[in-house]
Design a protein around this ligand. Structure first.
Ligand code: BDP
Length: 594
């Protein structure tokens, strides 16, 4: 469904607040009929992860199912409308009941889902919402599960993390984004797709709306520069093309957004309306460069996480505002939604602030010993849903369809099946969205002959020489990085992004010599990488790992947090933040024009 908004024809009841909560480690709730209501043992705030919120009730490391419930008044004026409940995200899997009826379910991480309540509620009365959420991972998911026994079987007992999870970030559980009760007209605008382009000074904007309505409807589409068209709805679709003369293109310096207003007209009256914004811009890969509106752009920024004390991965608007302020202060122009789709509120904010976003799918460490047809199907399903959700954001300039596949099961990853997997996925991404390039973040272990390099538009690498390898030896590390960039470029003359490089750093640790974990070493490490990358003819960006320290599952390599942030978890700057700020205050310019 379209991102919920309230206006003259649509309304929203925000169900954020403190919900009744009950963990269900044995899965007894289904048989006991908790779908219709249950006796809560705890309370948990929504949006938010349950882990740190309920740490004192032994739920910090809880992996399993849990039930949420609350009652909500259905306003009288919702009568006659289509009423939907939309969950921004409830991770990793979830099911939704209203008054005991199953309304919808979802198994895709960090993506919204919704269900229609029609017939199950009475406007003017209360309805009981029950949501079951589980943070248990699946083996065929695109971030595959791992169990304690797997570490033993695979003879990697020292890799064991608690709670068991493959990725290097905490497996938070809960309803982590808003739950919204929405009323929309029965005849309504169901979806809107925007496509933009550039023709000289003019901006081209194509608006395609999907409409659910009886015959004879028309759609009036107005753009904030005064252009407007009324187009008929044919076969459930209405299309309008605009040419905006003297267009203000959406750019880093001037992220201008045009308001696009749609009004569905039937029998002489307006029955529904929807407003969204359009940033007119073009992103393109040509030769070794990435172009924004025809100008070569160099990305400077970060891999991030949605992570903060107590909130966990829960949407945290003050933190969002703060983080964008810090990125602006640093001179960063971009970030990657590592390692899952971030909240839509964050993408909206990036649109307004003129920050470029690499939108990543929730695929971490895909293991080709496990990957099969079902995995590919899950990957394609995720892609469809993520592109459908994020397609209209001008800030989203690239799809990263996976992070570090082949980290495990390296031999299988290098095989034929992997080639056809990445070809299939990259082709499908371009089929669904021909307007944005596609990439995969490659892991150091796979190095230069990664099967995915053949099919992506932009080659992306994550590297840790000088940290995991060659610790405290930055000269060796820089040479190794340089050689690898040259080798990749010799094979694949495409733009290259270095999407991760970083060193764990304990704020307050100092040394006069190169010493791991000190602020000086992190600063020197990041500068050494930037020196090499910025000079490389194929490089189109540096994304430091990570923006801020973040919580991980427990293992001997992490002192509660991954400490590679240039800011602490509570956003105090480390020395590297100042060094990068100095570096990034000088605009980047390419020495050649390819
Ligand atoms: C990379 C992963 C990232 C980790 C990082 C690290 O993509 O999720 O947090 O390494 O080790 O392999 O800090």
């Amino acid at each position: 469904m379209l991102f919920p908004k309230s206006n003259a024809h649509r309304d929203i009841v925000d169900c954020s607040g403190v919900w009744g909560f009950r963990p269900d480690p044995e899965g007894m709730g289904f048989e006991a009929g908790w779908q219709a209501g249950f006796d809560p043992t705890h309370e948990c705030a929504v949006p938010g992860s349950w882990n740190e919120q309920l740490q004192e009730y032994e739920l910090m490391n809880y992996v399993g199912g849990a039930w949420y419930q609350r009652e909500v008044h259905i306003p009288c004026h919702f009568s006659g409308k289509q009423v939907l409940l939309r969950i921004g995200s409830a991770d990793f899997q979830s099911k939704l009941w209203v008054n005991g009826r199953l309304i919808a379910e979802n198994d895709l991480l960090c993506l919204p889902y919704d269900g229609a309540l029609d017939g199950h509620i009475a406007p003017g009365e209360k309805a009981r919402i029950v949501i079951w959420v589980s943070n248990e991972q699946q083996y065929q998911s695109i971030t595959p599960a791992v169990a304690i026994d797997d570490y033993i079987r695979e003879q990697r007992i020292r890799d064991e993390q608690f709670p068991a999870t493959r990725p290097d970030f905490f497996p938070y559980g809960g309803i982590q984004r808003p739950v919204l009760l929405c009323a929309i007209p029965q005849s309504h605008i169901a979806d809107v797709s925007l496509r933009t382009g550039i023709d000289g000074d003019a901006g081209l904007l194509t608006v395609t709306a999907q409409v659910e309505c009886c015959a004879g409807a028309q759609l009036r589409i107005a753009v904030s520069n005064g252009l407007a068209q009324t187009v008929p709805v044919v076969g459930g679709f209405a299309v309008a093309e605009f040419r905006i003369e003297g267009c203000r293109f959406w750019s880093l310096k001037d992220p201008h957004l045009y308001d696009v207003s749609l009004a569905l007209e039937l029998d002489g009256g307006t029955v529904d309306s929807y407003q969204l914004h359009a940033g007119v811009r073009e992103i393109e890969v040509r030769g070794r460069r990435l172009y924004l509106n025809g100008e070569a752009v160099f990305l400077r920024g970060f891999g991030k996480h949605e992570d903060f004390p107590v909130h966990g991965r829960g949407l945290n608007l003050p933190l969002m505002v703060k983080d964008f302020g810090l990125m602006q202060w640093m001179g960063a122009n971009s970030f990657r939604t590592s390692h899952y789709p971030y909240a839509e509120e964050i993408l909206d904010y990036a649109d307004r602030k003129g920050v470029l976003v690499i939108s990543e799918l929730a695929s971490v460490n895909l293991d080709f010993r496990l990957a099969d047809e079902e995995t590919l199907l899950n990957h394609r399903r995720t892609l469809e849903r993520q592109i459908a959700r994020d397609k209209n954001h001008p800030s989203v300039v690239m799809w990263s369809v996976a992070n570090e596949p082949g980290y495990l099961g390296e031999q299988e990853y290098r095989g034929k099946a992997s080639h056809s997997y990445w070809k299939n996925l990259c082709d499908y991404t371009r089929e669904l969205d021909p307007s944005r390039p596609v990439t995969v973040a490659n892991v150091g272990r796979i190095s230069t002959d990664d099967p995915s390099f053949h099919y992506v538009d932009v080659v992306s690498i994550n590297r840790y020489y000088g940290w995991y390898d060659m610790p405290a030896q930055l000269d060796r590390a820089a040479l190794r990085l340089q050689r690898e960039l040259d080798d990749i470029a010799a094979e694949h003359d495409k733009p290259i992004l270095v999407l991760e490089f970083g060193a764990d750093t304990l704020a307050g640790a100092h040394s006069t010599t190169d010493q791991l974990f000190t602020e000086e070493y992190q600063a020197k490490f990041l500068e050494a990488y930037c020196d090499v990358i910025e000079k490389h003819p194929n490089a189109v960006g540096t994304h430091v790992w990570n923006f801020a320290d973040f919580r991980t599952a427990q293992n001997h390599r992490r002192v509660i947090l991954n400490l590679k942030g240039v800011f602490t978890r509570t956003r105090e700057p480390k020395l590297a933040a100042f060094r990068l700020r100095d570096r990034w205050s000088v605009p980047f310019s390419y020495s050649d024009d390819v």
